[in-house]
Design a protein around this ligand. Structure first.
Ligand code: BGC
Length: 739
């Protein structure tokens, strides 16, 4: 199906490019109106008042685990299934485009919106985000890949400039976007509020046209974040197709006026209108078969998914799983009113909410007592903590629910610290004093400092969606063997974090001074201790890794390793594969995640697990020639259960890209010495060596002359008598060959 636009006037085409109201586009000529709405972990379809902060109500929809929880599954197939379920609900609620997934990189644990993002790692983010988009779009509903790009703080998000060098921009912040655009073809991409190196994303031609369309081949539509456009004409010229929400008719009129004044190419307006029409065609086709979804079935899926997202951080002495017959003191307000999603535009009105307390009671056969223990609104706990300590002492085991309240983290602002409330920590100390068998269950959207949590067992649920209560009970009692993994490093202290000195920025500039060293890349390079490493997560069983092999016969590498369940329970192991290039000619993190795969094994069973490392993921961004380069030579490939629990390592030789950096008068002697093609230049220099600078000239003084001279540019040698500039230029031109 296509909608023909030839009959439309300029004004009508311009009108297609901005919203009709908060959530819909305009019906113009043959093109029908479309409904776009949030997303991403549930459908926020507002029937009455509209807003982008999750304030006014919305129709009931299943609240799946937000990305902070979902990501911890490290399970693309599971994420795809969530995408399918979200698509069905969108269709039933009359939604054409669901505004997600959010795939910004978690640069700093304080970012208020980290709960809506997957990880500090771009490969993990890319794989999970692509699965979400594929699942959703398989139902005829479009995704909106957001927030493009480099939107990594909430503070000042509508003005501030993310000032990033080209390598981290490409290798960390844009990598997942590129991967998802290429492999999952999201119907829409949402440009962010912020500036990138000074240029607003909505008006950034390099971002929206040169990179997204010309380099990555994107065919879909670019929509603005809600209210991100200040200058519609500049935005359309840069490559924006749809401004949301409505701006009245003012910005449409501005587009028409600019075309009439000759300052905006009418072809650009035509193209934007065609993209809106193409989106409408896909949406209308998708509306055709709407199968009603079953809310209880989706709730059951939400429970299954949530259980896969729980990370067993610690389990000293095998305290977990609990025998259902033990008497349990359940403590903490979150057991009764769980924190299961984040605040802001993604806030969903759940179809129901399971509480951990009720679900524990449903599975336990022994006595279960409950004590609130503390308040989440900051009011004094008074006798609550005494009651909780008493309950803990009287039971055989205590399960203490700790976490952050909704008011402590949200879209729209960043946190100032990563601490749990002091009152909760004080209660934990008191409970531990009377009950050593204490399990802590955590709820939070952003990373917490966990050093003060001295409990022998810790389950990290992050945010688990509406069915998280049942999932927690399933894991506590061992009905589900936990297999979630951290997608972010838990630091020992906030002062250790990579962006500590550059967050959240100043005077509307955020300097990404840590460069490539985001998340575990930083802690590994600095050899810092961490609270819990990236990729960490325990199981009720154990796994052995053996026989690592790497096949480099084709462009991508195939890594194979045998995983054996050596414990006495069935379980899933998430096998993680990292690479390193210790002899790289450019700065590189000590190791980087390149692939992963989950494997479910019965006790005693083993399986050969294969992980593909895509060649493109080995590449670094070469700033001198603006291109991706796979370096030649040996790479280290390690596999393991976390970034700091690597079990096997192998070396593989990769044939790299043949890249020639042209020589110039700016090339240094050091660069010349390592360039295999630079022979003629070296010969020329040998014949014109400045007096006293012969290769062995420093020996007598014990100097390493070659090293001292390595940084001297060729052109500067002329001043020391190494021939004339013209002669040098001639030799250089000969080496560079025909240009
Ligand atoms: C958020 C987007 C959201 C939009 C619509 C914005 O404030 O940044 O993620 O999709 O509002 O609610």
């Amino acid at each position: 199906m296509t909608f023909e636009l030839t009959e439309l006037s300029l004004a009508e085409k311009a009108a297609l490019g901005s919203g009709q109201d908060f959530w819909t586009t305009k019906a113009v000529g043959p093109v029908p109106s479309l409904v776009l709405t949030d997303g991403p972990h549930g459908v926020r379809r507002q029937a009455g008042a509209t807003d982008h902060l999750g304030l006014a109500g919305s129709l009931p929809a299943t609240c799946f685990p937000p990305a902070v929880g979902l990501g911890q599954s490290w399970d693309a197939e599971l994420v795809r299934r969530v995408g399918v379920a979200l698509g069905r609900e969108s269709r039933n609620l009359g939604v054409d485009v669901l505004l997600g997934p959010g795939i910004n990189i978690k640069r700093d644990p304080r970012c208020g919106r980290n709960f809506e993002y997957y990880s500090e790692d771009p490969v993990l983010t890319g794989v999970l985000g692509a699965a979400w988009v594929q699942g959703l779009q398989s139902t005829g509903v479009g995704a909106s890949l957001k927030h493009f790009a480099a939107n990594n703080t909430e503070h000042d998000r509508m003005r501030s400039s993310s000032d990033i060098d080209p390598r981290p921009l490409r290798e960390i912040y844009l990598r997942a976007f590129a991967h998802i655009v290429r492999t999952a073809e999201p119907w829409t991409v949402m440009c962010s509020y912020n500036r990138i190196n000074g240029v607003p994303a909505a008006e950034n031609r390099w971002l929206l046209t040169e990179l997204l369309r010309e380099e990555w081949g994107y065919q879909g539509l670019v929509v603005s974040d809600w209210g991100a456009v200040s200058d519609r004409v500049a935005a359309v010229a840069a490559g924006l197709d749809l401004q949301m929400p409505s701006s009245g008719s003012a910005s449409d009129d501005a587009v028409v006026a600019a075309v009439r004044a000759g300052t905006l190419d009418p072809a650009v307006v035509d193209r934007a209108a065609e993209r809106v029409a193409a989106l409408a065609a896909k949406a209308v086709a998708g509306r055709a078969d709407v199968e009603p979804h079953d809310a209880p079935e989706h709730h059951a899926l939400a429970r299954e998914v949530a259980a896969q997202c729980i990370v067993l951080l610690r389990n000293d002495g095998g305290l977990l799983p609990l025998s259902p017959s033990r008497s349990i003191a359940v403590i903490g307000e979150f057991a009764e009113s769980p924190r299961y999603q984040g605040g802001g535009s993604s806030h969903v009105n759940p179809t129901r909410v399971d509480t951990p307390l009720a679900e524990i009671r449903a599975l336990a056969t022994g006595t279960v007592t409950y004590a609130q223990g503390f308040t989440t609104d900051g009011s004094p706990a008074g006798a609550l903590s005494e009651e909780a300590v008493r309950a803990a002492a009287q039971a055989e085991v205590a399960v203490l629910f700790l976490g952050l309240a909704a008011s402590q983290e949200s879209e729209g602002f960043d946190r100032d610290h990563i601490e749990l409330p002091a009152g909760q920590l004080a209660l934990l100390t008191e409970v531990l004093a009377v009950q050593p068998d204490t399990v802590v269950v955590l709820a939070h959207g952003g990373v917490l400092r966990l050093a003060p949590i001295g409990a022998p067992a810790i389950l990290d649920g992050a945010l688990l969606g509406q069915a998280g209560g049942g999932a927690i009970a399933d894991v506590l009692f061992g009905a589900v063997n936990p297999s979630g993994r951290l997608t972010e490093t838990v630091p020992v202290r906030i002062q250790d974090t990579p962006a500590y000195l550059n967050f959240p920025g100043e005077n509307s500039h955020v300097r990404y001074g840590e460069g490539l060293f985001v998340g575990y890349r930083w802690y590994d390079a600095r050899e810092l201790e961490v609270g819990y490493p990236f990729g960490h997560g325990l199981s009720y069983t154990s796994f052995e890794y053996s026989d690592l092999a790497v096949d480099s016969a084709s462009a991508d590498l195939t890594v194979s390793v045998t995983i054996t369940n050596t414990g006495d329970r069935a379980g899933r192991e998430v096998v993680q594969c990292y690479t390193a290039k210790p002899d790289s000619t450019v700065v590189r993190p000590p190791r980087e995640l390149k692939g992963f795969r989950g494997v479910y094994l019965e006790p005693g069973a083993g399986e050969r697990v294969r992980i593909t490392i895509r060649r493109e993921d080995l590449a670094y961004w070469e700033t001198r020639t603006d291109q991706w380069i796979v370096e030649d030579g040996d790479y280290e490939v390690s596999v393991g259960a976390s970034s700091r629990d690597l079990r096997c390592v192998a070396k593989v030789s990769v044939s790299g890209d043949q890249v020639r950096l042209p020589l110039s008068l700016e090339s240094t002697l050091g660069e010349i010495m390592t360039d295999p093609n630079a022979g003629p230049v070296l010969e020329f220099l040998a014949g014109n060596a400045p007096a006293g600078m012969a290769a062995d000239g420093g020996d007598a003084l014990g100097l390493d002359l070659a090293r001292m001279m390595a940084s001297v540019p060729l052109g500067k040698l002329v001043a020391f008598g190494a021939g004339s500039l013209a002669e040098l230029e001639q030799v250089i031109a000969k080496v560079n060959g025909p240009s």
